[in-house]
Ligand binder design. Structure first.
Ligand code: 13P
Ligand code: ZN
Length: 271
């Protein structure tokens, strides 16, 4: 059996977390990533019959029973994943009754999955219905986006409109826009349900005064989505503090939509 430390999925996962830390998005234990793995990927490096321990989920995840996930540990620092993955992240399968995580590897110091697992797994359920290729849910605290939720109206349509205006590529990368949730208590099933309700139709959900949830078919695509939203928020924070004089117009957004053949979110720009 191959060594899990050499597995492409684990190396890429840890490298992504390191990159997010380097960008300043994941202070201390901020952020968490869940990655849906195929049984083939897991079987190459782990004995799937060797369950190390059961960890109760605290909610019903029956729709994901038998699925395998690589998930960051609660309280763990993204900067440490590369050097010591076995203590910081874990691989588990959702039990047949949907009540437990069957730990196959990791969380070696007795730890457990992120406190945000409800939002992650509920989001996976919603995304898989919208796109069977979806494999990644990423939560992080990008600095400029966070700042923007303190100074911009917390309205989904207005927030999307502003972000689309801040960089020509935005409407191309996230034509589905962003959903803005009000401040909610993190780590709860309630914020998980609210996130999942939005993320099925919109891959980016902003948690006001907290951070962002993005979903995608692989780590690069999902990271790229966060990166693009965060860059737009950075331009907004820089430009608005000096005074915005120029804008990408709605007509120009429509030209982009035509040029890139985009099905973009309705209700943001006048038809
Ligand atoms: P965890 O350490 O439990 O993953 O929590 C970090 C976080 O970002 C909470 O929203
Ligand atoms: Zn967080």
């Amino acid at each position: 059996m191959a060594n899990i430390l050499e597995a492409k999925f684990l190396k890429e996962y840890c490298a992504t977390a390191a990159n997010m830390y380097r960008l300043g998005w994941d202070e201390r234990n901020g952020g968490n990533i869940s990655y849906l793995l195929t049984e083939e990927e897991v079987k190459e490096v782990l004995d799937v019959n060797n369950v190390l321990r059961l960890i109760p989920l605290g909610f019903d995840a029956k729709e994901l029973s038998g699925r395998y996930f690589l998930v960051s540990g609660t309280g763990k620092y993204f900067k440490n994943f590369v050097g010591d993955p076995e203590n910081n992240v874990g691989v588990f399968r959702i039990s047949a009754d949907g009540q437990n995580a069957e730990l196959l590897w990791g969380y070696k110091d007795g730890g457990r999955f992120t406190s945000e697992l409800p939002a992650h797994l509920m989001s996976h359920i919603a995304r898989l219905k919208a796109d069977p290729q979806n494999r990644v849910v990423m939560h992080t605290h990008p600095t400029n986006l966070l700042a923007m939720t303190y100074v911009h109206e917390l309205d989904t349509n207005k927030f999307t409109h502003t972000l689309w205006e801040m960089n020509t590529e935005c409407i191309v990368v996230f034509p589905d826009g962003v959903e803005v949730l009000p401040w909610m208590l993190c780590g709860t099933n309630e914020i998980g349900e609210a996130t999942a309700e939005k993320i099925g139709s919109c891959r980016t959900v902003i948690w006001s005064m907290h951070g962002i949830y993005c979903a995608g078919k692989d780590l690069d695509e999902t990271f790229g989505l966060v990166e693009t939203v965060e860059k737009a928020a950075q331009v907004y924070m820089m430009a608005s503090s000096v005074g915005i004089k120029n804008r990408i117009t709605e007509d120009q957004l429509k030209q982009l939509a035509k040029r890139f053949n985009l099905t973009y979110r309705k209700g943001i720009i006048a038809e």
